[in-house]
Each structure stands twice: as C-alpha cells, then as structure tokens.
Design a protein around this ligand. Structure first.
Ligand code: RTP
Ligand code: MG
Length: 175
C-alpha cells in the first residue's frame, strides 16, 4: 500500500470515528439516565374555582381538567367566603384600586377550594390557569376557556411556595 493510500485510509477512519462520536452525543438519553437528570419535586398548591365559573356550572369540567392534567385532589370544598375571609385572603391587594370590587366579586357566590398535589404543582397550576387577563391567556388555559374578564377570571392559583403554604392552611387547617 502506498503512502497516499495509507493517509487517505487513516483519514477515513478518523472521520468515521468523529462522526460516530457525534452521533453518540446526539442520541437521546436512555430512560434511566433521563430519570437521573430530571429534577422534579412533589408539591402542593392551592386552587379556587371562582364564583363566575361556579355560577356558569363550569366546576365539573374544570375539576375534570385538573385531574386530566395530572393533579391529585387532596381536599375539595364548596363554600361561600365571608367578607372578612375574602379581605384576609386577598390582603396583599388591599391598597390596589380593584380591591373593593375583588372582595365583592369573590364573596358574590359559592367557590370551590382545592388542595392539589403533583410534581411541580405550583408552577404547573399557574401554567394551566393562564394569565390574569383571559384576553392575554394562551389557548388551552382555563382562563382562556372559562374566564369572562380580568376581574371575573374563573380560577385562582397560588403564585409561590410561601403563598401556597399560607393559602392551603387558610382553608385546610390539617395541611
Ligand atoms: P389570582 O391571585 O386570583 O390567582 O390571580 P392572579 O395571581 O393572576 O392576579 P393578581 O394580580 O393576584 O390579582 C388577584 C385577582 O384580582 C382581580 N384583578 N382585577 N380589574 C383589575 O385590573 C384586576 N386586576 C386583578 C382578578 O380577579 C385577579 O385574579
Ligand atoms: Mg395572585
């Protein structure tokens, strides 16, 4: 074999190895490896089906969607909030111009309160409910499907681990 032929064979082998290495790197991870790298945390969050959605008889379908999206319902109760409870629950908004209307709305009829559990429950529930204003909400979100307006927006979701803990305790003393 002459020198030129030897060099081209060596180059072909090196190129082949490099290609194989690339293919190796680009291959998806085995399920076991994926399980090792995925960071998931079982969390609990607080959810509420607000008076507008209850009044329109959307509670059943919303509960169905909660379950279909992988949330386990730990607690669920239909109740009407008193003014004092509403003011305490939404105390963070007490200086906002919409506070009075918010309290009137949330006490205007029964709500369904729920304790939900799932991997990444807090962010996933916020994702499923969509943005505050349904006009801005993504297709497929609960607010896009069931909310009438930014004020009457069908569902509530805790926005952080701290508020989730606080809101769960507010309604479900044993959690
Ligand atoms: P939520 O607490 O009920 O899950 O809603 P959110 O985080 O998406 O929105 P947030 O800023 O916490 O506001 C609480 C609720 O107040 C009413 N709101 N009305 N008219 C308005 O400009 C206005 N802005 C807020 C909504 O019912 C909102 O969900
Ligand atoms: Mg909020």
């Amino acid at each position: 074999m002459n020198r030129k032929k030897t060099i081209s064979m060596a180059l072909a082998i090196i190129t082949g190895c490099a290609f194989a290495a690339c293919v190796q790197v680009r291959q998806p991870l085995e399920p076991a490896a994926q399980a090792k790298t995925a960071v998931t945390k079982v969390e609990r969050t607080f959810a509420m089906i607000k008076p507008d959605a209850v009044q329109h008889e959307y509670s059943g379908v919303i509960i169905k969607l909660i379950e279909q999206n992988g949330f386990k319902i730990l607690r669920m109760q239909k109740r009407t909030l008193t003014r004092a409870q509403a003011e305490q629950f939404y105390a963070i908004h007490k200086e906002r111009p919409f506070f009075k209307d918010l309290v009137s709305f949330i006490t205007s009829g029964p709500v369904v309160v729920l304790a939900l559990e799932k991997d990444n429950a807090i962010a996933d529930w916020r994702e499923l409910i969509g943005t505050t204003d349904p006009a801005q909400a993504r297709m497929g979100t609960l607010r896009k499907m069931f909310a009438e307006s930014k004020s009457k927006n069908a569902v509530h979701g805790s926005d952080s681990p701290e508020t989730a803990q606080q809101e769960l305790r507010f309604f479900f003393k044993d959690l």
